[in-house]
Design a protein around this ligand. Structure first.
Ligand SMILES: NC(=O)c1ccc[n+]([C@@H]2O[C@H](COP(=O)([O-])OP(=O)(O)OC[C@H]3O[C@@H](n4cnc5c(N)ncnc54)[C@H](O)[C@@H]3O)[C@@H](O)[C@H]2O)c1
Length: 348
């Protein structure tokens, strides 16, 4: 059914365009020759709404515009715009907002789409040439709203978040520790338990490819290791299910530079400043040392000194971590406890 040539679908889409919005946009896009998606913004008002909801931090309108751009990139007849629309609670806001939207679109609007029957009288006045088309007013397809997301948080409604938006909200848990402290196994176990993605320690792969690391590490290795590790984080984050587990990061890479070359790499310092994780788990080396062929620091005294060095470095870089020790069962239980707290999950 074609309603007209030019359609408009607007909203705050706060904190982000959820699947109900995407559904409405796609339905609307099939009914007009060109559809204009308008991200209406008033940052002060939005911050107040997010604070009131209490569960999701405010997301800049530029980010929402970016998400809409991504969501519509394969629909050449759908155009995305951001329009400032002041919200003081007065009817005058609607009038000014509609003027801004019409100016931005720059041609007569034939159809205005929303999911609110209550908007019909006002839209008839604001857009006299347009028909108001109401899509799924009962939210039957996707039972979600921006208010619910702001009040209940994203974790509870993860499956209402578009795939392209999910990485923004996925929690990043990094697991650090010295050699043979059970990191790689814990990372993989956690990823399987939480049915999500993980990132392996790239430095390890790097030296496995070379056939070893003892006596052959070079200054230039460290930047490459850190960059490739970050690249894998970005890739794996795209498919993370609420949380992603990461084995090692740039402070640990810096620690290895200190151990092998007795120097720090300035580039790693820059990466350390930029990286952001939601939870740091530090594994104490109180499980048996296993020589897997790429490891160098096996004696107990050396292990303890290295452990102290890594802890000191993390503290110097301002990292707040929680320590995990004990046997493998205790380690897993402690890690699950912290991850559940972070992701608001129960029952694992
Ligand atoms: N200027 C003002 O004071 C003012 C106030 C409210 C609305 N408006 C206008 O009304 C339009 C909509 O704004 P809004 O604040 O309602 O935006 P919103 O971000 O809350 O919602 C955007 C649209 O998605 C629909 N929707 C929400 N959940 C849905 C779901 N689960 N399934 C399907 N659809 C769903 C809403 O009904 C709305 O049509 C905008 O064009 C805006 O300019 C203006």
């Amino acid at each position: 059914m074609t309603i007209g040539k030019v359609g408009m679908y607007g909203g705050k889409f706060l904190p982000f365009p959820h699947l109900g919005h995407v559904y409405a946009m796609i339905r609307a896009s099939t009914m007009v020759d060109e559809l204009h998606v308008i991200v209406s913004f008033d940052t002060e008002y939005e911050k107040m709404l997010c604070e009131k909801g209490g569960k999701v931090e405010h997301v800049d309108y530029a980010m929402r515009l970016r998400w809409w751009t991504q969501l519509t990139k394969d629909l050449p007849h759908v155009h995305v715009h951001a329009v400032y629309e002041e919200q003081t609670g007065q009817l005058e806001d609607w009038v000014k907002g509609a003027e801004g939207i019409q100016k931005e679109i720059g041609k007569p609007i034939d159809a205005v789409f929303s999911s609110e029957h209550s908007y019909t009288p006002i839209f008839e006045k604001l857009y006299p040439t347009a028909k108001h088309v109401v899509i799924d007013s009962e939210r039957e397809t996707y039972s979600i709203s921006g208010t619910k997301l702001r009040e209940e948080g994203v974790m509870k409604h993860w499956n209402m978040i578009p795939k392209i938006v999910q990485p923004y909200f996925a929690k990043k848990v990094v697991i650090v520790g010295t050699e043979s402290c059970g990191k790689s196994t814990l990372v993989k176990n956690l990823a399987n338990l939480y049915n999500t993605t993980y990132v392996e320690e790239f430095g390890r792969t790097y030296y496995e490819r070379l056939g070893g690391c003892e006596g052959i590490t070079r200054v230039e290795d460290y930047a490459e290791i850190a960059f490739e590790h970050k690249y894998h984080e970005k890739v794996q984050l795209q498919n993370a299910n609420k949380v992603m587990f990461i084995d090692t990061e740039a402070v640990v890479t810096q620690y290895f530079s200190q151990l092998y070359l007795s120097e720090k790499q300035p580039i790693l310092d820059e990466i350390i400043k930029l990286q952001q994780y939601d939870l740091w788990l530090f594994l104490e080396p109180d499980v048996k040392w296993v020589d897997d062929g790429t490891r160098s620091f096996g004696e107990q005294e050396v292990r303890e000194n290295n452990n102290n060095l890594l802890k000191e470095m993390l503290t110097q870089y301002g990292v707040q971590f929680v320590t995990i020790s004990g046997n493998y069962q205790e380690r897993l239980e402690k890690a699950v406890h912290y991850v559940n707290e972070l992701t608001e999950m129960k029952g694992l």
